[in-house]
Each structure stands twice: as structure tokens, then as C-alpha cells.
Design a protein. Structure first.
Length: 198
């Protein structure tokens, strides 16, 4: 089966436009998307960073925000620079990793990204995550309770470790087998590679 693993972090700026289009773009090519939430914090710490590189390097940050404005405008999606960056997406990531196989997961992911990057809402809050779940018709209480379980916490830790083992160093990243593609601007290349796969 033609598949691409879409590795995303809810605090990641470029993961936002990628998450909003990956499913539709993959469907056009007959490629299945496997959604893989993970955390960049532990990966950045191993590189000696205690913050986003877009905060650590001012010129890079200025460029990124202007570039993201262009990308989102071209894609027709809203952008409101978050008043806190990066936001803690731990709870949402636990939901996304625990319920990755559910049909509603892509809608949840997109809802969280809109909340963070279009509505400037605090996605670290269980109320906001719960609201995003309710909007897509899910029982927020039950889902959040399961996401807080030890098994769900272990699952996200293991998934982040798997990202490290796969050589992932940023988000969004896409894996086609062992082939790694990094960045929103490599999404189409990754899907084309997946479409060529036997």
C-alpha cells in the first residue's frame, strides 16, 4: 500500500499548513496518510536548545513569520500569530497518538492547529482541547481521560523516541519507508515518492 507517515508537532509553525493540506493532497495521489504526533522539545534539548530556534535566532524567526504569512495566504488558511510561542501541545499530542487510527483524528488535528495558529487559543488547556473534540462530535471527557492514562503517556514517549530513531529533527517530517522528507515545502515531494512506491 502507498503510505506516508506524517510526523507533526502542534507547536510547530510549518506543521500547520502541512496538516491542513496533507490529507487532500495525498488522496489525489492515491496515498494513505498515517498521522504521527510527537514532541520536538526532547529533540531540541539533545541539540542543546531550550527553546524554538525561531526564538533563539531572531533573524530566522522574523523570516519564518513573514514566510508563514505568505504560505497561509497562498493556501487560503487563516493566520494569527500566537501570543505565546511555542505553545505546549502535550495534551493534544497524547490525544493524537492514542487515537491515531480513528477516523476523526485528522479533523481533530486540524481543529487544534486552527485554534493555535488562527484563533490564538491556548492549546495546552484541557478546555480548549476538549472544545476541539466536541466540535468534531467526540466525547471530550472520555477522550481526555484516556489521553491522561499511563498507557497514553507511554505511547507518546515511545513515538517521540521512534522519531529520533528515524532521524527526525524537525516538524513537519514525512517518512516513506526509510526515506525522510523535512518541511512543508517537501510535502509534495514526499507524496510523489510514496505514489511511486510499489
Amino acid at each position: 500500500m502507498r503510505e506516508v507517515e506524517f510526523w507533526f508537532e502542534f507547536g510547530s509553525t510549518y506543521s500547520y499548513p502541512a496538516a491542513m493540506r496533507v490529507e487532500a493532497c495525498a488522496a489525489e495521489r492515491g496515498v494513505t496518510v498515517l498521522w504521527r504526533a510527537f514532541l520536538l522539545g526532547p529533540i531540541f534539548q539533545k541539540q542543546g536548545w531550550d527553546d524554538s530556534p525561531f526564538n533563539l535566532y531572531a533573524a530566522k524567526g522574523r523570516y519564518m513569520w513573514r514566510d508563514l504569512e505568505r504560505v497561509c495566504a497562498a493556501q487560503g488558511i487563516g493566520l494569527r500569530r500566537p501570543s505565546v510561542f511555542p505553545r505546549n501541545g502535550l495534551l493534544a499530542a497524547r490525544v493524537a497518538s492514542r487515537f491515531a487510527a480513528e477516523d476523526w483524528l485528522p479533523d481533530f488535528v486540524r481543529s487544534i492547529y486552527r485554534a493555535n495558529f488562527s484563533e490564538d487559543l491556548d492549546i495546552s488547556s484541557s478546555e480548549i482541547v476538549g472544545s476541539c473534540l466536541a466540535k468534531i462530535g467526540q466525547d471530550a471527557g472520555a477522550v481526555l481521560s484516556e489521553a491522561a492514562s499511563p498507557n497514553s503517556k507511554d505511547l507518546l514517549r515511545a513515538q517521540t523516541a521512534r522519531a529520533v530513531d528515524a532521524g527526525i529533527f524537525g516538524a513537519p517530517s514525512l517518512l516513506v519507508g526509510a526515506e525522510l522528507f523535512w518541511g512543508n515545502d517537501r510535502l509534495d515531494d514526499a507524496l510523489a515518492w510514496a505514489a511511486r512506491s510499489p
